[in-house]
Design a protein around this ligand. Structure first.
Ligand code: SF4
Length: 382
């Protein structure tokens, strides 16, 4: 089946499913279960659970009836009681740079997004952990959208399978995942960690935890809890300012969590064996891009093993922010590098498709427009 046929197939299937939903509750989703706890016929051993996991996660099969080496009666029972795909509909918004934004409609008609980023020799997917986000960062279109709900374990890991299916490759080809889409993953802790455990399980996707990046706005107690999980993930912290006054002006959670507390939790993360931390820093013209802020950031991070990503602000309708000019971003980077802080300037992919960092806002076109998405969501709910 070609990619377009897959999208058509998914679309027509979504209409059929929408009709069914008028009268029937959706069946539970197999992806919500840990791979070792998949339902097997009574008396069957672990072998059967591994066999089913292989079909779901390694071959990316969505139709249990087509899992030909499983007993026929079990396949029929699975088809009757369970579903594989957690989404009713998937829409693709390709960017000129090759990345693709996916807009997924969930079984309760809420929507969330993922971004597929093919690089030479590696395929990366940025997944969401929520519908919208409660953190409300002022420069982020997702924050402006408000909070819809948490995603389940299956709805998070299902984004990877759906992207692979629609793009036409085996899920096992996916080796890099970033939880950096919609939502604050550490506020949906159990589902996010459950999804990561499915991603790294050898009987499921078998992705190295070192290739899974979890992004957080900086919640110290959750960072410490994450350090105790025994998962050598890459932790990315959206710091965006080195001082509390600036941070509070753009990130509401900064009122509860001072910068010093966040940095202390990062020291604990690294002391507990956690790996290098990535510091995300969106460059906002006249807000957080002054020379003194670069020096303060370098001083703050002293003694930590970090890499700073300076991200030129990606515009969206109604944001009220502009990106810092290139010369100021370069000057900021030079100050950090002069203080021996490893630094990159990271240009986001997928800007024209509303897929870049901070732009995810459920847009039905390439334009990130959270106000109109909010109106649409309210209309759907009423
Ligand atoms: S930057 Fe991240 S934490 Fe802040 S509102 Fe956007 S999605 Fe939420």
């Amino acid at each position: 089946m070609s990619r377009d046929e897959r999208v058509d197939h998914a679309t027509s299937r979504s209409f059929a499913n929408a009709l069914a939903l008028l009268t029937v509750e959706p069946r539970p989703c197999l992806l919500d279960l840990p791979p070792a706890e998949l339902p097997v016929p009574s008396g069957a051993g672990e072998y059967r659970a591994r066999q089913l996991a292989s079909w779901l996660y390694q071959r990316g099969e969505r139709d249990t009836v087509a899992m030909t080496d499983l007993p026929t009666a079990w396949r029929a029972e699975l088809a009757e009681r369970w579903r594989v795909d957690p989404f009713e509909r998937a829409e693709r918004f390709p960017s000129v740079d090759g990345s693709v934004r996916y807009l997924f409609t969930l079984s309760d008609s809420q929507r969330t997004e993922a971004v597929y980023m093919p690089y030479r020799g590696r395929k990366t997917v940025c997944v969401s952990s929520m519908v919208g986000c409660p953190a409300g960062c002022a420069f982020c279109a997702t924050g402006a959208l408000g909070f819809g709900r948490n995603l389940s374990r299956g709805e998070i890991v299902g984004q990877l399978l759906a992207v692979a299916w629609h793009e036409g490759f085996a899920p096992l080809e996916l080796r890099n995942v970033v939880l950096m889409g919609m939502g604050e993953a550490l506020l949906n802790y159990d589902a996010a960690i459950g999804a990561i455990r499915t991603m790294v399980a050898s009987e499921a996707l078998g992705i190295s935890p070192r290739r899974v990046t979890l992004s957080t706005v900086g919640l110290p107690s959750r960072i410490r809890r994450l350090a105790s999980e025994g998962l050598p993930l890459v932790l990315a912290v959206s710091l965006h300012a080195p001082d509390d006054a600036t941070r509070r002006s753009i990130i509401p959670t900064a009122h509860a969590y001072p910068v010093a507390d966040i940095v202390a939790s990062l020291r604990d993360w690294q002391a507990a064996g956690g790996r290098r931390v990535t510091i995300e820093y969106t460059m906002l013209d006249g807000v957080n891009d002054a020379h003194w802020q670069a020096r303060a950031l370098a001083a703050l991070l002293e003694g930590l093993v970090v890499h700073v990503n300076l991200i030129p602000f990606n515009p969206w309708k109604g944001s009220g922010f502009r990106s810092s000019p290139k010369e100021r971003i370069d000057a900021f980077a030079r100050v950090l590098e002069g203080e021996r802080v490893r630094t990159s300037v990271r240009f986001s992919r997928g800007r024209d498709a509303g897929a870049a960092c901070g732009q995810l806002a459920l847009g039905g076109s390439g334009r990130a427009d959270p106000a109109s998405a909010r109106r649409q969501r309210a209309a759907t709910a009423s």
